[in-house]
Design a protein around this ligand. Structure first.
Ligand code: C2E
Ligand code: MG
Ligand code: MG
Ligand code: MG
Length: 280
């Protein structure tokens, strides 16, 4: 525990890095405070079919409105939370928020995905805690998808990871590999994992359709997904030509600014929150 619990780390910084030291300390305190007060917010980005743009899922993406710095990117504060040993707390707050949302969105039948950090999987209680949260909220696991990056699949923990994913799958969670193509997971390892979906990383999608390398990688990932019997979804679709390429290459689903950026929860209310008048 001690190695994760924050403040001691700063002893190792050089005095010349004093200002950065102070800034980081302030950021650290602000993040701890935001977690303590459960101030983090969750936005939702639609997933849609590429042929008819039908809504097939939502991805929950954490947002932090810093009191002075404004909206902070998760690309900045997720690594900080990981470094401070706060990522499990953060992840659990996001899942709780999503569950609460689902109980309010009476008409939402599509799954909502939640991003999971590799460090959360390192906790042997991970599966139990996740299950506990959704049970408390009375949300069936089938409504939740867990997005794991390839960094979750580190070979040193292959057995524990395989065991955890098998448990999660057995409980009914959907599982996907996020940012696929940027890590090092071997085919033989992937084949043993009970995953449902590969998410093609946006760095490849960005270079479609003019970059031959990107086109080949994307086509290969789609072929691999099909060979493994997995669904495939592309993230970061911004242009119609990218969507066209993906569709013709056999990818059925996508996500990206072309159709919708992540939006605050309340914007989905008209879609999902029907007036159900309780009878009796
Ligand atoms: P990710 O899970 O791969 O999410 C996709 C990111 O790409 C999101 O950035 C999303 O807003 C952005 N994006 C979506 N469509 C487009 C597009 O068309 N073009 C471009 N350029 N970007 C697009 P965001 O929300 O800033 O999140 C960044 C990363 O932070 C996520 O990548 C995920 O790895 C991590 N993250 C976000 N929320 C959580 C969370 O609750 N828990 C954990 N552990 N990680 C999270
Ligand atoms: Mg994701
Ligand atoms: Mg991704
Ligand atoms: Mg990404």
């Amino acid at each position: 525990q001690a190695k994760n619990s924050g403040r001691n780390q700063y002893c190792f910084y050089h005095a010349s890095a004093g200002q950065q030291n102070v800034d980081e300390l302030k950021l650290e305190q602000a993040l701890r405070e935001a977690l303590r007060l459960q101030q983090l917010d969750v936005y939702y980005q639609p997933k849609f079919t590429l042929d008819s743009q039908q809504l097939v899922g939502l991805e929950a993406l954490v947002r932090w409105q810093h009191p002075q710095l404004g909206v902070m990117s998760p690309a900045l504060f997720i690594p900080l939370a990981e470094k401070l040993g706060l990522i499990s707390t953060l992840g659990e707050q996001v899942l709780q928020r999503v569950c609460l949302q689902l109980t309010q969105w009476h008409n939402c039948t599509i799954p909502v995905s939640v991003n999971i950090s590799a460090l959360q999987l390192a906790d042997s209680e991970f599966v139990t805690r996740l299950h506990h949260i959704i049970r408390l909220a009375d949300v069936p696991p089938q409504r939740i998808e867990l997005e794991l990056t390839e960094s979750c699949l580190i070979p040193e923990q292959a057995e524990q990871t395989q065991y955890q994913l098998t448990q999660l799958k057995a409980l009914g969670f959907k599982l996907s590999i996020d940012d696929f193509g940027t890590g090092y997971s071997s085919l033989s390892y992937l084949r043993r994992l009970p995953i449902d979906t590969l998410k093609i990383d946006q760095s490849f999608v960005r270079d479609l359709p003019d970059n031959p390398g990107a086109c080949q990688i994307v086509s290969a990932i789609i072929a691999m997904a099909k060979a493994l019997g997995l669904d495939v979804i592309a993230e970061g679709i911004e242009h119609q030509q990218q969507l066209e390429f993906l569709r013709q290459a056999g990818c059925n689903q996508g996500q990206g600014y072309l159709v919708s950026a992540p939006r605050p929860a309340q914007e989905f209310a008209p879609l999902f929150k029907a007036d159900i008048t309780e009878s009796g």
